[in-house]
Design a protein around this ligand. Structure first.
Ligand SMILES: Nc1ncnc2c1ncn2[C@@H]1O[C@H](COP(=O)(O)OP(=O)(O)O)[C@@H](O)[C@H]1O
Ligand SMILES: O=c1ccn([C@@H]2O[C@H](COP(=O)(O)OP(=O)(O)O)[C@@H](O)[C@H]2O)c(=O)[nH]1
Ligand SMILES: [Mg+2]
Length: 253
C-alpha cells in the first residue's frame, strides 16, 4: 500500500503559486472550532472509531498545518511529549536531505531559499518512509501537505487519509515577527523569503486546509498568545479525542 509508484500517481497541475481559486474563496470559513471539552461532532467521532492506531494497522495520522511561524513545530513538540506521538517534520526531512550533500539536496536548498514548494516526488517519499519506519501508533506530520498536489499524491501513494487535521490560525504580522526572531540560521527566515512564503501559504497551503475542513476533519486553533496558552487549546482537543475514541488511548510518559 505504501509502495506505489509516485510518478504515475501525481496529478497534472504542479504546486505553483496562483490567485486563490473560487473553491478556496468558498470554503475559507468552514473550519471546525476547537472543542471546549464538548463532545466531538459525529462525523469527527466516526474518524476516531476507525482502526487507525490500533495494533496491526497503520498509525493514527494527524496533519499539523498553519502558516510559517504559526507555531506548528513548537506545539508538535509538546503534543509529542504529552500525548505519545512521533513528530515527523516535513521541513526537517528536507533539511536533512540538504545536509546529505546530494544533487537532490542542492535542488531542495534552492527551492527552500526561494520559499517555493519542493516537488511531491521528493517530499511524499520522505514522509512515507518516515511514517513507515516509526513504531509509534500515533504520528504528527508537521508542515505537510503544502499544496493540493502534495495532498493528492500522498493520499494516492499511501491509500490513506489523515485521521485528524489541526490548523494553527495566526495573523501575518505575528508570523513575521516570530520568524524574524527564530534565530536558527535558516536560509528562508529573511523578510524577502518570508513574504514569498506567506503568499504561497495563502494561495497553495490554505486550499489543503479548506479541503479537509469541507470533509469535517480540520480543527482550527487560535495561534495567537503564548505557547502555553495555545497548548491549552491543543491539549483540550487531544484530550477530548483520547476521552471519546477507543483507538486514541495514550500513555503519558
Ligand atoms: N506562541 C508563541 N509566542 C511567541 N513565540 C512563539 C510562539 N510559538 C512559537 N514561537 C516562536 O516562534 C518561532 C516560530 O515557531 P515555530 O514553532 O518554529 O513555527 P512554525 O513551525 O509554524 O514555523 C520560533 O522561534 C518559536 O520559538
Ligand atoms: O512539505 C513541505 C514542507 C516544507 N517545504 C519547504 O520547506 C520550507 C520550510 O518548511 P518548514 O515546515 O520547516 O517551515 P515552517 O512553516 O515550519 O516555518 C517551506 O517553506 C518549503 O519551501 C516543502 O516544500 N514541502
Ligand atoms: Mg516548523
Amino acid at each position: 500500500m505504501w509502495r506505489r509508484r509516485l510518478s504515475a500517481l501525481l496529478p497534472r497541475s504542479p504546486c505553483s503559486s496562483s490567485a486563490p481559486s473560487s473553491y478556496q474563496q468558498q470554503h475559507r470559513h468552514i473550519l471546525l472550532p476547537t472543542p471546549n471539552e464538548k463532545p466531538l461532532a459525529p462525523s469527527l467521532l466516526r474518524l476516531f472509531t476507525s482502526q487507525a492506531g490500533s495494533d496491526g494497522g497503520r498509525p493514527f495520522i494527524a496533519f499539523i498545518l498553519g502558516g510559517p511561524g504559526s507555531g506548528k513545530g513548537t506545539q508538535c513538540t509538546r503534543i509529542a511529549s504529552d500525548f505519545g506521538f512521533a513528530h515527523v517534520s516535513a521541513g526537517d526531512l528536507l533539511r536533512n536531505e540538504i545536509s546529505s550533500g546530494t544533487d537532490q539536496g542542492e535542488l531542495i536548498l534552492e527551492i527552500i531559499r526561494e520559499g517555493r514548494i519542493v516537488p511531491s516526488e521528493i517530499t511524499v517519499e520522505l514522509v512515507r518512509k518516515a511514517i513507515e519506519s516509526t513504531t509509534a501508533k500515533r504520528v504528527l506530520i508537521d508542515g505537510f501537505p503544502r499544496c493540493e498536489e502534495n495532498r493528492i499524491a500522498f493520499e494516492k501513494l499511501t491509500g490513506t487519509e489523515p485521521d485528524l487535521v489541526v490548523f494553527f490560525d495566526c495573523p501575518e504580522d505575528l508570523m513575521v515577527k516570530r520568524l524574524l526572531g527564530r534565530n536558527q540560521g535558516r536560509v528562508d527566515d529573511n523578510i524577502e523569503t518570508i513574504k514569498k512564503r506567506l503568499k504561497v501559504f495563502e494561495s497553495l497551503n490554505m486550499p489543503v486546509v479548506n479541503y479537509y475542513s469541507s470533509k469535517g476533519k480540520a480543527h482550527k486553533i487560535n495561534a495567537t498568545g503564548t505557547a502555553d496558552e495555545i497548548f491549552e487549546s491543543v491539549r483540550k482537543l487531544f484530550s477530548s479525542l483520547s476521552m471519546q475514541c477507543p483507538h486514541f488511548k495514550y500513555n503519558r510518559q
